[in-house]
Design a protein around this ligand. Sequence first.
Ligand code: AMP
Length: 555
Amino acid sequence: MRRFAEVADAVAAQSGKLEKVASIAAYLRTLDDADLSSAARFFTGNAFAARDQRSLKLGARTVAAVAQRVWGFSRDALSASYRETGDLGAAIGPLVTPSNDLALFAPDPLSPSSLALAFAAIAEATGKHAGKRREAILERVLRACGGPLEAKYVVKIVTGDLRIGLRDGLVHEAIAAAFDAPIQVIRRAVMATGDVGAVASAARDRTLDHLHVAYGTPIGMMLASPIPYGERYTELGASDWIVEDKYDGIRAQAHLDGERVRIFSRTFNDVTQSYPEIARALGGARTRMILDGEIVAWRDGRALPFRTLQARLQRKEIDASLLADVPLRYVVFDALAIDEEFLIDEALLDRRARLIDALVPNEHVTLAPFQRLEAGTSPGDVNARFEAARARGNEGLMLKRTDAPYAPGRRGKWWLKLKRELSTLDVVVVAVEWGHGKRAKVLSDYTFAVRDEAGTRRTIGKAYSGLTDAEIAALTPWFLAHQTGRRGRALAVEPTVVIEVAFDIVQRSELHESGYALRFPRIVRIRDDKPSSEIDTLARVDEIYAEMLAREGAS
Ligand code: AMP
């Protein structure tokens, strides 16, 4: 792993994509088969292939404890180093001291393939002492690290956090460059197989044509860019679009392989067990398919509000009464593969046509209806369709280009989402927390409050997004200078900084003192112009909540 670590470190220091790709390609070319597939996977920051359901089950705390045991540094030293770097591998690296082991007892040096074997052994540990066994193997791995650099990258792979400015796409380019294969073929093969390692080997052996669609391996989900509701829709340009409702549920990718059905969430978790009636309804389809769609709570021909679905998801036991109380429907809007054919490069309308032919709808599975949007459609027409979608109980509209390919994991201009925020509130920041990753050195997570009739501040939410890095950096010293104590993990601060937050939904919740929580809160701006005595009131939140219920027809 010494060479791997050196290459990774060089890549981290390089700023140009071409340079990064060239460095990795040159390294991959030198590896034999077992090292090649493992190293390619590791460069994507993963211990295993994407299609692999195994995981190391080693939390950051455990990794830190084992590393402490191996290299004998103090907890404080690690905390300080972590604050500096924001990731565990980079934090541990400088604390690593050369091994004192006599050469006689020195373990064999690690290679990508031997590390992969150790990972497999960690993942396979089961039973009562599994935790201890995982730690023991990790300890052996860390002891086998030849020095700080190797340790740094091994820990980064273990924690799944490589951070060398290397998107998966660049690893694909490096494989293409190393073995002189077309990049589109590599990309497609990675998506089809869910294993960048197998693709690297196949590229070298010139057997890329033999790879199959891997049913059961989740594929990155295509994402939409937001556009504002309004007077003009310049984003539509002169292209042809379809419109369909934006359902407010849970994104789900379903893999239908005869009786074997698996449903994956947006974070690639296998959530099949949570939706037994949908899995059943998809089972036994005559055609093998990979579908994309949204799971919504559904009754009497319309979607129910998200909170109905959420209530079901919070329950552990899925018994018959729950199935009856909260009926679900999988609204399918795309097909990524049918049988052995991968469809992602085809135009949306062609994929739709294939989908309509292949999928037989039933009580729990339907096709999302869509309409063509005539070129030059007026903004008024788009807005009318939006209002109609809302009246049907849905969140807004999706606009999709008729010629759009399916771009896994990408947020592009092929799909646009049109939502309207419910409202905004002016609130005051009462507590702050250190961020993570590149925000580890700034106070970036804000807990904020509204005021009740008596003027007492009542927390209502927490926001991480919306402000620029510069704004957060500027506020950090102010918060540090105006701390008033602790509030759980957060620092309580003087309630002075007023911010405006936008949100999509307000819900009843025990989580915050106000009795409400906001869904998707984001900071719109800092309200320097407003004193904290003038922030919005709990009564205003009551009003917004009542209006929302009335609109949903649920009050
Ligand atoms: P957002 O969660 O607001 O970023 O919006 C994107 C999400 O909208 C997707 O991840 C889907 O879960 C969801 N969605 C709802 N309806 C559709 C649809 N018709 N097409 C695509 N995505 C949809």
